[in-house]
Design a protein around this ligand. Structure first.
Ligand SMILES: Cc1ncc(COP(=O)(O)O)c(C=O)c1O
Length: 485
């Protein structure tokens, strides 16, 4: 297999050779422009077209699945076709590889700023390294690029078909089943614009002004804003620093939930602590929710960004009772880095919750665009090899970051994140005057996220985004160490 000019017009080539002689028997050029295939290219070379405008990779894999033996008999009748079962499994892996050329995760450089309409690289002056907002600096997965190019080339950017027939619902259920062992009902899945929007809609639809809503601080700032801006009452249940990371203080949490508390906003995996909560912890929350009749709004947008030794568990997968009171929000946008395309998925545990959530008029809830839907489908169907490579890179960055912090930043306390590409740095030991965010921005020219925005326990903390090249992570740490010196 070879990726020839991945990008506009190009695409992967698959060559079938006889091992002993090296002779090429078949060649499939799954290009975007004029896809075609060759029978016996080394000798008789007969060229046939593949359907253009379709999915040539699917077509080729289909041809091989249905008729490889026949093709082989036309070109090399003396060879035996491969054993059927192993061959079928191999084709699944082949399909994924054909769609995902190797990706250069070190491509982004500190001294070569690209023009960008995204905020990560635009908010701060040129000399500042942006390690703040949770976007990644990697080339987008080829399956996503391909469908977006296709939609543009076909001028296919009109109103999208109603979410029902897009296949998103079925794919979401299939993904939850295969990855997390959870099988929600297809009819309980809806598409929304984004996960934060889903939190607002959940509070507006399922709680009343003045109702208590629990958040586990420090937490991604929109969790705080959505409770305040919808006129609900914020109940902060701080996570506590334990032996290996931030933990839920169940006794304190139980004591805080009063009779007017209606909802708990769960962030799992948790931003900014990097925790992927354990079954026991989630069980504790589930029992509390059932006992006190709480709706759980579970933001699981980081579900695919979990490191070795840990796993993501959707809280709704723990059992029927908790599922029935849970609204799960997720998206392909975080793991596949397409947040700007605005498309997320909401999964309801019951019809009642679904109806309450949808009580605002449809147009007030916003619409979803074709590119977001196309990207989500491509990511979840075909992007796994890209994500696997990204996870290996991120885990390496995480480990490099943590070991450097331990070595050169004795005043900083940080746990190794179990999930997310964010690390939460306790800078109170640095004895910096004012906020560490301001300090590092001014003196190191590194933009981190200001811990104070994550709720009261975040004062004196910063959050660093390590989803970039190793070189940039290392340069940021050099600059930060120098500033402290
Ligand atoms: C926990 C969490 N939820 C939600 C979001 C944003 O999601 P969306 O862009 O779909 O609103 C982020 C972005 O970083 C996040 O970390």
């Amino acid at each position: 297999m070879e990726h020839r000019n991945p990008g506009p017009g190009g695409g992967p080539t698959l060559r079938v050779r006889e091992l002993a002689s090296g002779r090429e028997l078949l060649r499939f050029d799954c290009f975007e422009d004029s896809p075609h295939w060759h029978l016996d290219p080394d000798e008789r070379d007969q060229i046939s077209r593949l359907e253009s405008g379709g999915d040539p990779i699917a077509q080729v894999v289909g041809m091989l699945a249905d008729g490889f033996g026949q093709l082989l008999s036309r070109v090399a009748p003396e060879l035996n076709p491969p054993e059927a079962k192993g061959f079928a499994e191999g084709l699944v892996a082949l399909d994924a590889q054909l769609r995902n050329p190797p990706v250069d995760l070190e491509a982004v450089r500190a001294d070569e700023r690209r023009p960008s309409v995204g905020e990560k690289w635009s908010r701060y002056p040129e000399d500042v390294l942006p390690l703040w907002v949770a976007d990644m600096d990697f080339p987008i997965a080829e399956p996503i690029r391909r469908v977006l190019r296709g939609a543009v080339e076909r001028s296919d950017l009109g109103y999208p078909i109603h979410p029902g027939p897009t296949g998103v619902r079925e794919l979401a259920v299939e993904r939850m089943r295969t990855r997390f062992g959870w099988e929600p009902e297809v009819t309980r899945v809806e598409i929304i614009t984004d996960v934060v929007q889903g939190m607002y809609l959940a509070l507006l639809g399922c709680t009343q002004p003045g109702d208590g809503v629990v958040v586990q601080t420090p937490v991604y700032p929109p969790f705080l804003a959505c409770v305040e801006e919808t006129g609900r009452r914020r109940i902060d249940a701080p996570l506590v620093a334990g032996a290996k990371g931030y933990e839920i203080d169940m006794d304190a949490l139980q004591a805080m939930v009063d009779t007017d508390t209606r909802a708990l906003l769960l962030c799992n995996p948790h931003n900014p602590s990097g925790r992927a909560f354990s079954r026991e912890e989630l069980q504790g929350i589930a029992e509390l929710a059932v006992e006190r009749n709480l709706v759980v709004v579970s933001d699981e947008i980081h579900e695919d960004l979990v490191y070795s030794g840990h796993r993501h568990l959707p809280i709704a997968s723990l059992g029927r009772e908790i599922a029935e009171r849970t609204i799960t929000l997720t998206s392909a946008s975080k793991a596949f880095n397409v947040a700007g395309l605005r498309c997320a998925v909401v999964i309801f545990g019951s019809r009642d919750l679904q109806q309450q959530f949808s009580s605002l008029p449809r147009h007030a809830r916003g619409g979803i665009g074709v590119p977001g839907i196309e990207a989500l489908l491509a990511a979840w169907q075909h992007g796994q090899p890209w994500l696997d490579a990204v996870l290996v890179h991120l885990e390496g960055n995480r480990d490099a970051l943590l070991s450097r912090l331990r070595k050169d930043f004795p005043g900083v306390v940080a746990y190794s994140p179990e999930a997310t590409y964010l690390a939460w740095l306790d800078c109170r030991g640095l004895e910096i005057e004012g906020s560490p965010y301001e300090f590092f921005l001014r003196h190191a020219r590194v933009a981190l996220a200001d811990g104070a925005a994550f709720g009261p326990p975040g004062r004196g903390f910063v959050r660093i985004n390590f989803a970039t090249s190793r070189a940039i992570v290392s340069e940021a740490l050099d600059r930060m160490a120098q500033a402290l010196d």
